[in-house]
Design a protein around this ligand. Structure first.
Ligand SMILES: *Cc1c(COP(=O)(O)O)cnc(C)c1O
Length: 464
């Protein structure tokens, strides 16, 4: 990759960044002190920073660069579309070729009767759409009191007022008056942290049945929908016990509520099928998509909606839409991304070849003294850090202290791995090769070693 050499020196870039750029989910004053890492280019699974370092991106940006960085075909698709029709909207009975083609393609890829697409600019916007859509659906069906949406604690559904309320991140709810009314939460199926003495299977059933109890408490005639990620991503790659999802599906069907699968991370091959709902045998009425839809090359999200829901919504004027709903450049780039995923059989490779290889190597990280469990589905995985594996004990320090220390070691070893509390997570580009997987695992092991040494030195190697 050609390094960009004509930029300002790193220290000057960092000073300008600190002076004028407010970062998401960041304590700005702390970052200003140390300076942000400046990323200048990328190819495949590797990033390059302003100091010329090559960094293995085991998070695919924010879980989104499924086909890897640097694919010229997407740049060409964007340039072609910008020359032909850079923008037009899809309001007021108009449409354009990229939105038509992408909708037809998504209907073909999506399972079951999910055949209709409503576009947004992001996953957050798409979940805002879903909130209004399910409420409108029940109102149009003569049940306007069915308005409550049930979600899960520690879920992530976006950062807007609506989607942040749907999510179950307490730190987000603490700022800006969230959640808005009409949203309720049940506990997550995180056996490692919350399973106590129950077996994973018993615990999975207990957590699923919380949904049933919550519906009873609110009243079935007041509940519109349940929303969940097939595998919780930003919550720490939490994989539910096998008993969980069949029970949740039973409850949604028996109780006549809609099920929204938030596939923003799980979609487009991440779990080894096109959608997480296929891997986990879920039958959603609506799927939220974004991220891997364009591999992050353009901002675009959408709701893929069932025939039944689309028919009801289609009979009213749904007073909702975004200026960039179905943006032609974003749609053209997404289509090209889907073509590459399909023609290069990237999803099949994750399912049959590189995914199983990564699983084997990743699960072997439980041999490390600080790793209690490794969970992985396709190419999203997490490690639980613990000072006492058999007790599944947390550290005596505040949650996230050890995770952060370990992440800092990853950064120093040119590996982007994230921490959520004291879970370390990966979600690499789906095109990662076996050699690159070996590099990822080597760097992860070294970072765990160095992290553990730092934890011991700080006197934090104790169960809390
Ligand atoms: C990232 C994410 C979102 C929000 O998408 P944005 O494009 O950041 O608005 C929603 N749901 C899930 C599961 C996500 O991971």
């Amino acid at each position: 990759m050609q390094p960009i050499t004509n930029h300002l020196p790193t220290a000057e870039l960092q000073a300008l960044d600190a002076a004028h750029h407010i970062h998401p989910f960041t304590t700005q004053s702390e970052l200003a002190g140390k300076g942000a890492r400046v990323i200048t280019g990328a190819r495949g699974v590797m990033l390059r920073d302003s100091e010329g370092q090559e960094i293995l991106d085991a998070m695919a940006g924010l879980w989104c660069v499924n086909i890897g960085y640097g694919r010229d075909e997407l740049a060409e698709a964007a340039a072609r579309q910008m020359r032909e029709l850079p923008y037009y909207n899809t309001f007021f009975q108009t449409t354009h070729v990229p939105a038509i083609a992408l909708s037809a393609k998504l209907a073909e890829l999506a399972p079951g009767n999910l055949n209709h697409v409503f576009y947004a600019g992001s996953g957050s916007e798409a979940n805002d759409t879903n909130l209004r859509m399910v409420r409108t659906y029940w109102a149009e069906r003569g049940k306007p009191e069915k308005q409550v949406v049930i979600s899960r604690w520690n879920a992530y559904h976006g950062s807007s007022v609506g989607s942040g309320s749907l999510g179950g991140m307490k730190g987000m709810h603490a700022q800006g008056g969230l959640p808005i009314p009409g949203i309720e939460h049940v506990d997550q199926p995180n056996w490692w942290a919350e399973g106590g003495d129950m077996s994973p299977e018993e615990f999975g059933l207990e957590r699923a049945r919380q949904l049933e109890a919550k519906i009873d408490e609110i009243g079935e005639d007041r509940v519109a929908a349940f929303i969940a990620e097939p595998v919780q991503g930003a919550g720490g790659v939490i994989v539910a016990p096998d008993s969980y999802w069949p029970e949740v599906m039973r409850i949604c069907r028996e109780r006549d509520i809609l099920f929204i699968a938030d596939e923003v991370i799980c979609g487009f091959g991440r779990t080894g099928e096109w959608f997480g709902s296929q891997t986990l045998d879920l039958t959603p009425d609506i799927m939220t998509i974004a991220k891997g839809l364009s591999s992050g090359y353009q901002p675009i999200g959408a709701s893929i909606v069932s025939d039944a829901v689309a028919e009801v919504i289609g009979n009213c004027e749904f007073n909702h839409g975004y200026t960039y709903s179905g943006h032609p450049v974003a749609c053209a780039v997404a289509l090209e991304n889907l073509r590459i995923l399909e023609e290069e059989k990237i999803v099949d490779r994750v399912r049959e070849d590189t995914g199983p290889y990564l699983r084997q190597k990743f699960e072997a990280l439980t041999d490390h003294p600080m790793v209690g469990e490794a969970k992985i589905v396709g190419m999203m995985g997490s490690l639980a850090l613990t000072p006492d594996k058999s007790a599944r004990a947390p550290f005596a320090a505040d949650a996230g202290t050890v995770g952060f220390m370990t992440r800092e070691r990853c950064f120093a070893n040119n590996l982007i791995m994230r921490h959520v509390g004291d879970r370390m997570i990966i979600s690499p580009p789906l095109v990662i090769s076996k050699t690159e997987i070996d590099t990822l695992i080597d760097r992860a092991w070294r970072s765990l070693d160095e992290g553990m040494a730092a934890v011991k030195e700080a006197g934090l190697w104790q169960a809390g």
